[in-house]
Design a protein around this ligand. Structure first.
Ligand code: PLP
Length: 462
């Protein structure tokens, strides 16, 4: 093994790893970007360069990196009870307390919410798989075995397990994987800026989306449609804010047809939109909520699926007859993750991070508008809380598409300037979703660096 110590990390990476959502070809030719540390809102690359992480990892390090409170909570929890499974009724205190706290937090902050129980997993994808399985189980228990289809949206991102990738509405994630699986439908993407027809107002655009949804349900038969899944703000698709009245209208349609609403709050949960949950921001009353990322600020892989009382009552009512609920993972409810999540929530509360996101969101948007808003290829700058986007176009007047890819050049130049941003895969959109602990000064510095990067990238983009 000793000779391996002389191989560079980049070469070892090429020889030993394959990466999620990465080009094998690019990795073999250019090699990986290796990070060695992170503190606050900054990450450090091999070689010592520090970058402001305007992505908070993958929209997940909500309290920032290297927080000693979380490190201490994790270390103590590993000392106390390094693992406990939850199969067959086994349980443990940190997880019990976390479930109780999540229910309280959701029910107290989201008007009309009546959530009853929490199930834990390890990732956003598995939370959505759990939601899908519970929807199927629920309708089987209700004697509605035909009511199983799920409607998602084009541009949605719900993860990449087999079921979650099917819910995802971005073609690139389906290609060559034989996805989506049967029973998953995708209705239109509710992004007004790019998909509204000439002169169509936001209200008229919403009307059209609702008609389309109604037609899809009628075509399939309401007795075959079980659920509708939606991110309150679509993230990876392009940071799409719902158009005026959208969720109100969608919920009216779902209620009329006895269709459940799954809110995928994997990104929007835990302060990102300037409220604790995106459901509060947009008046959503979900039947199932998927949470991950900000739950532990990514210090531990953990997800949660919260179910409403109406679902819970069906599950509980049928339990004596059904026996055990045959779903779960070895790490469901992991006590170390739960202890870290509790410390994370303590920190978020102590520093009132949702309020920080609400206060700094407009600061970020204003900084972007003043520094890159007049650029001829910048079509739209938008956001809510600390979730922002710059959408590029070939022509501002016609909103003609810039090929997806040009914006990746900006992200590459931004790295050289010392700022990490995300070039999204579906539309030419750069997202910014920094840790909620970021300061005004850091936003100013990051956006200045981004403006310099755009300037440098422009000749290659045209
Ligand atoms: N749902 C949403 C809205 C997400 O943004 C993501 C990940 O980015 C997921 C689900 C999948 O989460 P994970 O990558 O933890 O499986």
């Amino acid at each position: 093994m000793d000779d391996r110590a002389n191989i560079s990390l980049a070469d070892l990476d090429r020889e030993a790893l394959f990466h999620p959502v990465s080009s094998i070809h690019d990795l073999q030719t250019k090699g990986p970007v290796i990070y060695t540390g992170a503190q606050g809102v900054e990450v450090t690359r091999e070689g010592g360069q520090t970058l402001i992480d305007m992505g908070a990892g993958l929209w997940c390090v909500n309290v920032g990196y290297g927080r000693p409170e979380l490190v201490a909570a994790g270390a103590q929890a590993m000392q106390d009870l390094s693992f406990q499974h939850f199969f067959g009724g086994a349980s443990a205190e940190p997880t019990i307390r976390l479930a109780d706290r999540l229910l309280g937090l959701f029910n107290e902050t989201v008007p009309g919410a009546d959530m009853a129980r929490v199930f834990f997993g390890c990732s956003g994808s598995d939370a959505n798989d759990t939601a899908l399985k519970l929807v199927i189980y629920y309708n089987n228990l209700r004697g509605l075995p035909a009511k199983k289809k799920v409607i998602s949206r084009k541009g949605a991102y719900h993860g990449l397990t087999y079921a979650a990738a099917s819910l995802t509405g971005i073609e690139g994630y389906h290609t060559a994987f034989d996805l989506p699986m049967p029973g998953v439908l995708h209705t239109s993407c509710p992004h007004h800026y790019a998909f509204a027809q000439d002169g169509e107002t936001e209200a008229a655009f919403t009307d059209r989306l609702i008609v389309e949804l109604e037609e899809m349900i009628a075509r399939e038969g309401a007795d075959t449609v079980a659920a509708f899944i939606a991110e309150p703000v679509m993230g990876t698709g392009g940071v799409f804010l719902p158009p005026a009245g959208y969720f109100d209208r969608v919920q009216q349609v779902l209620d009329r047809h006895d269709i459940l609403l799954i809110a995928d709050e994997v990104i929007t949960g835990f302060g990102r939109t300037g409220a604790w949950f995106g459901s509060e921001t947009y008046g959503i009353r979900p039947d199932i909520v998927s949470l991950a990322k900000g739950l532990t600020s990514a210090y531990f892989p953990m997800s949660a699926s919260i179910v409403s009382r109406r679902i819970w009552e069906v599950l509980e009512g049928a339990s004596a007859k059904m026996g055990a609920l045959m779903h779960g993972f070895t790490y469901s409810g992991h006590p170390v993750g739960a202890a870290i999540a509790m410390a994370n929530l303590d920190l978020m509360e102590a520093e009132d991070m949702p309020a920080n996101a609400a206060r700094l969101g407009p600061v970020l948007l204003e900084a972007l508008r003043s520094k890159v808003g007049d650029h001829p290829l910048v079509g739209d700058i938008r956001g809510v809380g600390l979730m922002a986007a710059v959408e590029f176009v070939a022509d501002r007047a016609t909103r003609a598409r810039l090929p997806v890819g040009a914006h990746k050049l900006v992200a590459a130049h931004a790295m050289n300037q010392g700022v990490l941003t995300r070039a999204l895969p579906f539309l030419p959109v750069t997202s910014m979703s920094p840790p909620l602990s970021i300061t005004e000064g850091q936003i100013d510095e990051a956006t200045t660096r981004y403006a310099r990067a755009l300037e440098a990238a422009t000749p290659e983009m045209l």
